[in-house]
Design a protein around this ligand. Structure first.
Ligand SMILES: Cc1cc2nc3c(=O)[nH]c(=O)nc-3n(C[C@H](O)[C@H](O)[C@H](O)COP(=O)(O)O)c2cc1C
Length: 168
């Protein structure tokens, strides 16, 4: 099974988690860029209110094709207790998501709010088979072991584990 890890990261924390997960499950990474190109202040003044209202950003790539993948993981930073506008747009841009197993994660300062619930609902609304969700703090993300909760959810579906799954 092949896993696609789609994530947004403005300051690197979500990227670190996504990269560790990709290494552990031999997944492919797709980083979504918000074309707004926020400054540090702009993230709070413009990005956070947009996140709170569930807005979608203009993103690159504009379409994320999942046809070659068996499962998808979507990771977001928490902005104002919500997924980022880039991730709202990324979920809408997932082509071929219908029926596929999906997992979500977020990184935050410790108050993720309804971020995971919102992402799970968005993915379910796209027809994904949502299987699990993990919230990490930015502090957790500095510890390589912190990604284990996510790895143990995704690994049963990942490349190289098929033999383990079919063995008696
Ligand atoms: C605009 C903005 C809003 C944020 N809102 C929250 C929040 O509501 N709750 C929280 O715990 N952390 C919040 N944070 C902290 C980030 O979620 C946290 O630093 C995250 O790991 C950043 O991910 P990144 O480095 O991948 O961009 C916010 C950060 C920014 C820039």
């Amino acid at each position: 099974m092949s896993v696609c890890i789609v994530y947004h990261s403005e300051t690197g924390t979500t990227r670190t988690v996504a990269e560790r997960l990709a290494a552990a499950v031999r997944g492919d990474l797709i980083e979504v860029k918000d074309l707004a190109g926020y400054s540090k202040v702009g993230m709070y003044l413009m990005g956070a209110p947009r996140a709170m209202r569930g807005k979608k950003a203009d993103i690159e790539p504009a379409i994320i094709a999942l046809s070659g993948y068996d499962a998808v993981v979507v990771g977001t930073p928490v902005w104002a207790g919500s997924p980022t506008p880039a991730i709202n747009a990324a979920v809408a841009a997932l082509a071929g998501i219908e029926g596929k197993p999906a997992f979500v994660f977020c990184t935050s300062g410790g108050s993720p709010g309804k971020t995971l619930e919102t992402m799970q609902a968005m993915l379910a609304g796209r027809g994904a088979d949502v299987r699990g969700a993990v919230a990490l703090t930015a502090r957790d993300a500095r510890e390589p072991a912190a990604v284990e909760a996510l790895v143990s959810l995704v690994r049963p579906l990942a490349a190289g584990t098929r033999e383990a799954m079919v063995s008696p």
